[in-house]
Ligand binder design. Sequence first.
Ligand code: ASP
Length: 330
Amino acid sequence: MTNRRSFIKTAAIASAAVALNSFKGKPEENDFSSKKGKKPIVLSTWNFGIQANAAAWEILKNKGRALDAVEAGVKVPEGDPKERSVGYGGRPDRDGRVTLDACIMDENANIGSVACLEFIKHPISVARGVMEKTPHVMLVGDGALQFALSQGFKKENLLTEESEKEWKEWLKDSKYKPIANIENHDTIGMIALDASGNLSGACTTSGMAFKMHGRVGDSPIIGAGLYVDNEIGAATATGHGEEVIRISGCHLVVELMRQGKSPQKACEEAVARIVKLTKNRNKDLKDIQVGFIALNKKGEYGSYCIQGGFNYAVNDETGNRLIDADYFLK
Ligand code: ASP
């Protein structure tokens, strides 16, 4: 009996040791699919990632904190009225209201988020305020606005003439049909590894154009649109938020990296999960776009999406460039 008991104990310790080992993100052998970067490094989604990365890089190259870099980076498209899917100038919901979603996560697993926030140009900074100045992690709607105003953020009209015109055009037949890669959605998600080896991420969007009032996507949801684990890596997402939420997308990508997958393979497996569920649910994959980008602690990175057309920007000491993501539906 004692022998059996001590055998069970030894076996339990041994398997716990194996589990612990894989928790360090031990790489799978012969997986060279990810691209090699060098810290500091910053990645962000879509074309507007180039300008956003440039702002983040100013902080990273001077040995600044990844958290400050990602906030400064995503504020660029947030403040640009020509970017019609993020912040000021973002397309409104079906009632003509611009409602914004954003979240932020640092190297110590501090998190902050706002959803369905109106009238504030930089929701990412309000999310950071939630993280640093409240006992909570998420504020929504009026509560988020009240908090923002209490912190000195200015109340502004975010509906630009162009967005209003487009909304009025849409009202003519009011059909909600977000099309993959067509400019009626797009989020900036940014993940960075700083010179000290710390990871952080930020994600911000006006969500799907002409959505129902009150609709919240994946972007402000920690674990869906963004996740950071400072021991392993970080991931962020863009595309149809409902599908990303369904698989807790970015948390899944980071957990796959923890199990030893490269950033590239982790993104591919998360996309495969969405593909499978879409088929099981008898929905048409052609109507869906989701893209992930991921970065590990070593500065290796990867990306994958459902359909062609998604790109992301990478900035490290070798420069700032746009990369077309590989995709499933060929
Ligand atoms: N993921 C965003 C949302 O569902 C939109 C996008 O990235 O295109 O709100």
